[in-house]
Structures are given as structure tokens and as C-alpha cells.
Unconditional design. Structure first.
Lengths: 105, 143
């Protein structure tokens, strides 16, 4: 499935829903969405990965970029990561660096 | 039976073609889905590196050729390219300390080859004349 991102502002939450396959050829699209989210100065960045089928390190790099762009005061949530995508986050130590959860209120 | 090789131009928009190839040969070899995903991830990461650092960074263009070898105990994907010589196994892996750092303090790069080599059961690199040959192996019947 082709990669897609949807950004939705919900109060102080910037919610980005990712779907499809996230590799180096489409990571820029994700980065652009994060940059747009940053312009709204959210308190929380919430990424929904339920429908993300594949994620390469290019996706991890955007997560690092997002945190460094938005700063320490913005909390990052990764919601609904499962299977091999979750495994990649864990192997790379990202499960300790973000709030990894099954759902977001 | 070994599947026909896949030749694609070394461009990032071909990553999906390479993943589809690995998925098809993994399925044909009866490799579990988890193992096939890991093999596809490893190929994706190395291919990304070959495109960006093996070819583009040196002003080169060319192809990446994938072929598959299925044996009783294991299946391998062989990747060949004519970009700059590069043995991924010589690249230093991130330390446990680096992997435990908060994202604010992380380096942006350096995870691709780590993920690739961490995903497969065996890896080897050969430089054959002008060709880089990366061989990625998964044991069969193992996730």
C-alpha cells in the first residue's frame, strides 16, 4: 500500500496517522507533515501507526528529527505500532524514548 | 527452484520493487512471514545505502541486481551493484549506550545498516572486480 500521512490538530495535540509502507523514498513526505505539525506549536505529537505495514530506518530518522525539531517540552506518543514495526522500534531503543501505547484517549 | 533475478535501476523509487521481490521469493521458499519481513527490511536498508552512498554520492548511476538462492536449511538474497566499494560489516554499530539515549541526543543516521545486519541470520560481503556482492541469509523454518 502506498504511504500516506494525515495531520489533524486536536486542541494541543498534533495527530499524524501513518499508513502503508514507510521507506527512504517517501520519508520526506512524513518529515514535511511533522514540519507542518510543528508550526501549530502542539504540546503533544501523537503518531498513529496502526496501519503502517513497513518501516525502514528512514522512518526512525524522522522520529528523531521530530523530537529535535519540537524540543523536550513536546511529548511524543507512538500509538498502535505492532508486529515487525514495533520490533524495529524496540531493537533501536525507541520504545524507551517515546510513549509507546496501544491507544490514545 | 531458484527464482529469476531482478534488475532495477539504483533509485529509491525502486525500493518497493525490491521488497516485493523478497516477499515473493520468501513466500515461494516457505519462509515465515516475520523472517520474510526481516529479510525485506535488510534488503531495503542496504539498497538505500547503495543508492545514496554507493552511487549518488559518487556521481554514479547503475543497477542493483537481486537474486535468490534457496537451500534445505536457508535462503539467501544476493545483492550486486557496481557502486563504490563498501562493506557494510565494517561500519561501526551503535553501542547500547547510543541506543538508550533520549531522541534529543541521538544522531540522525547510523541505524540502517545496524537494522539490516541485525535482521538476518548471516551476512557476507565480497568485492568481485567492480562489483559489490552482499549476501543476506535467513535460516528456513525460523522467524
Amino acid at each position: 500500500m502506498a504511504f500516506n500521512t494525515i495531520l489533524e490538530m486536536d486542541g494541543s495535540d498534533a495527530k499524524i496517522t501513518l499508513s502503508g509502507e514507510l521507506d527512504a523514498s517517501v520519508a520526506e513526505q512524513f518529515k514535511t507533515t511533522v514540519e507542518e505539525a510543528a508550526t501549530h506549536k502542539p504540546r503533544n505529537l501523537v503518531l498513529f501507526l496502526n496501519n503502517l505495514e513497513f518501516m525502514a530506518s528512514a522512518g526512525l530518522r524522522v522520529l528523531v528529527f521530530a523530537k529535535q525539531k519540537m524540543g523536550q517540552e513536546v511529548s511524543m506518543y507512538v500509538v498502535g505500532a505492532h508486529g515487525p514495526v514495533l520490533n524495529t522500534l524496540q531493537v533501536s531503543g525507541f520504545h524507551q524514548a517515546v510513549h509507546l501505547q496501544n491507544s490514545y484517549p | 527452484m531458484d527464482m529469476q533475478a531482478l534488475t532495477v535501476p539504483a533509485r529509491l523509487d525502486q525500493l518497493v520493487e525490491m521488497r516485493r521481490y523478497v516477499q515473493a521469493v520468501g513466500k515461494q521458499a516457505g519462509l515465515p512471514e516475520d523472517a520474510t519481513y526481516k529479510l525485506a527490511l535488510a534488503v531495503d536498508e542496504l539498497a538505500t545505502n547503495i543508492v545514496l552512498h554507493g552511487y549518488q554520492e559518487h556521481g554514479l548511476s547503475g543497477d542493483i541486481i537481486l537474486s535468490a538462492v534457496t537451500e534445505d536449511e536457508a535462503m539467501s538474497i544476493i545483492m550486486e551493484d557496481r557502486g563504490a566499494a563498501f562493506d557494510p560489516a565494517t561500519r561501526p554499530m551503535p553501542s547500547a549506550e547510543e541506543l538508550n539515549k533520549p531522541l534529543e541526543e541521538r544522531r540522525i543516521g547510523g541505524l540502517g545498516i545496524f537494522l539490516a545486519l541485525n535482521s538476518v541470520d548471516d551476512f557476507s560481503y565480497q568485492r568481485l572486480g567492480e562489483v559489490n556482492r552482499n549476501t543476506l541469509t535467513m535460516k528456513r523454518g525460523k522467524a
